[in-house]
Design a protein around this ligand. Structure first.
Ligand SMILES: Cc1ncc(C[n+]2csc(CCOP(=O)(O)OP(=O)(O)O)c2C)c(N)n1
Ligand SMILES: [Mg+2]
Length: 559
């Protein structure tokens, strides 16, 4: 009779679900999981310096691979440290599973003052997860973990949390008594109702000027090939949201290339007589807070039923996985090929938008050009909340799916740790993190993680010795009362070298492309520090990152 611990049941169940890497930081209550990891070196564990990083790494890993990212945290404060990252994954619909320990089962939620005792840890995480549960005993562990995976893989991918009490993790049972749950080869995805698909196909064929709106669901579901084929069949231009970037290559003749909220695109969207929206919830940031007018004939393809009709009324809702539903639509369309109706407009609009962007933010756009020129077509770019990132969200050319990682939640400090996770998921790709001096310092100690595990990313560090964007807002909206926005920064070069990593300091944005290329050739994580003074933009990349309710004074331009 072979005995297993609860920790071993966790590890084996993760492995059964295809997990071969986890990110975490141990604590006393979780040590039985770590003991099982010790016995299973084939399940790689990346040890981080802060639990938040573990969850961001799981997020970055999940976004680039399309597979769930798993992090491990320990009871109470360790687990709570992952909250901002879980919230980010929730906002952006990323499948992150957070496996955590709990105090001994006889002490849960009794407020007796046990070590690390959290108040209602399940309730705490309910706010940032789609589904969460505690295993009631060792035998229950496989079923709970399985349900977490099923929820993320079959339904809308959002984070989940599973907790196991420390006595259950350390307890032992006969392996044969454990009701192991083996996942199917692949989880069945939901397809849309055939009658609705037929109806939608008829509407698509009869439309004279259809356009397609591609959201993050296209990237999450791996539906980009179907999307492009459908766009070509309908000759419909495609506009992508920030999370949908890369769903159609930027240089495809039907790619509008820029975000839907771009005012220059508004006339085109308003001229359309049908909008096919795929894998999107029409979030405020993509619709100028729902002020964007959309065609009244809206066909909405969404895995989450609750999103249909929530932000915009839909003439038709096709509930299902984006890849499956687009495939159903293609089948229903047969060999239909619409005549070209927009082609000239797309090219003309693209160059109009590009021109207006260059006028509005010449420095920022020049920096984006330099970055694009230096990296491979399929390089993964991970953006923190630094000034050039707002322009990137509006205008960065993306050619491949799952290569543009941007926290829709607006999370400062996301970039560097998510880039590390992305590199673990796609070691074959260039991975570049673009961060400001403020955001990068959230995860500064993770330079150690990069060094220890040989994770080779490039960090472009835009240093203005400030929370620059907030300084601009204090300037514009609060009579230049600069407060808590100037930063005394360390010597990033000496710091990087102390970790045994590489570093290059530029004089300014000039020479960014060659420096970035040099860094990408490096055999270890390299920081390229770029001193910058972007000043105040002459126009905001819309939607502007402004304080709610503040009047917009667009006329006050100039830096
Ligand atoms: C977790 C979190 N805390 C605070 C903020 C508010 N915030 C947004 S941008 C920013 C300043 C960013 O400074 P830096 O990274 O140096 O970029 P810069 O604007 O200077 O280019 C802050 C504090 C946020 N978005 N997220
Ligand atoms: Mg800064």
């Amino acid at each position: 009779m072979a005995e297993v611990t609860g920790g071993e049941v966790v590890v084996r169940t993760l492995q059964a679900h295809g997990i071969d890497v986890v990110f975490g930081l141990p604590g006393v209550h979780a040590l039985a999981i770590y003991d099982a990891l010790y016995a299973h070196p084939e399940l790689k564990h990346i040890a981080v310096r802060h639990e938040q990083t573990a969850a961001y790494m799981a997020d970055g890993y999940a976004r680039v691979t399309g597979r769930p990212g798993v992090c491990i945290s320990t009871t109470g404060p360790g687990a709570a440290n992952t909250a901002a990252a879980m919230g980010t994954a929730y906002f952006d619909s990323v499948p992150v599973l957070n496996v955590m320990s709990q105090v001994p089962s006889n002490l849960v939620d009794r407020d007796k003052g046990a070590l690390h005792e959290p108040k209602d840890q399940l309730g705490f995480f309910r706010a940032v997860t789609k589904w969460n549960a505690r295993a009631s005993d060792i035998e229950h562990i496989p079923a709970v973990l399985h349900e977490a995976f099923r929820t993320m893989l079959v339904e809308r991918p959002r984070p989940t949390q599973v907790e196991v009490c420390t006595d259950h993790l350390a307890g032992r049972v006969d392996s044969e008594a454990v009701p192991w749950v083996m996942p199917p080869q692949s989880f069945p995805r939901r397809a849309a109702e055939p009658r609705l698909v037929e109806e939608a196909a008829r509407a698509l064929v009869s439309a004279e000027a259809p356009i397609i709106w591609a959201g993050g669901g296209v990237n999450r579901a791996g539906a980009w090939e179907e999307l492009v084929r459908l766009a070509e069949a309908l000759q419909a231009p495609v506009v992508t949201t920030v999370q949908g970037m890369g769903a159609i290559p930027h240089d495809h003749p039907l790619a509008l290339g820029y975000r839907p909220y771009d005012r220059t695109l508004t006339p085109l969207i308003e001229r359309a007589d049908l909008l096919l929206a795929v894998g999107t919830r029409f979030a405020g940031g993509q619709t100028a807070n729902w002020n964007l007018k959309l065609p009244s004939r809206l066909i909405h393809v969404e895995i989450d039923e609750g999103e249909i009709g929530k932000n915009y009324p839909a003439a038709s809702g096709l509930i299902g996985d984006a890849r499956l539903v687009l495939g159903q639509l293609l089948t229903a369309l047969g060999g239909h090929r619409a005549p070209e109706c927009w082609a000239g407009d797309v090219a003309a609009l693209r160059s109009k938008v590009a021109g207006s962007l260059k006028e509005a933010g010449p420095q920022e756009m020049a920096v984006l050009d330099d970055i694009r020129r230096a990296v491979d077509r399929d390089a993964i770019l991970v953006w923190d909340q630094t000034k050039p990132a707002y322009w990137a969200a509006r205008a960065f050319p993306v050619y491949e799916p799952r290569t543009f990682l941007y926290p829709g939640y607006g999370t400062l400090g996301y970039g560097f740790p998510a880039a590390l996770g992305a590199k673990v998921g796609r070691p074959d790709r260039q991975v570049v993190c673009i961060a400001g001096d403020g955001g990068f310092q959230y995860a500064l100690p993770e330079l150690a993680t990069a060094a220890q595990f040989g994770i080779n990313v490039t960090v472009l560090l835009f240093n203005d010795n400030a929370y620059g964007i907030l300084k601009v807002l204090q300037d514009m909206d609060f009579q230049s009362h600069y407060y808590a926005v100037d930063l005394l920064n360390p010597d990033f070069g000496r710091l990087t070298e102390a970790y045994g990593l590489h570093y290059e300091l530029l004089k300014g944005p000039d020479g960014l492309s060659p420096a970035l290329r040099r860094a990408l050739e490096s055999d270890r994580t390299t920081i390229v520090e770029v001193p910058v003074d972007f000043g105040r933009p002459t126009a905001w990349p819309s939607p502007p990152p402004r304080a709610a309710g503040k009047p917009r004074r667009r006329d006050r331009g100039g830096s």
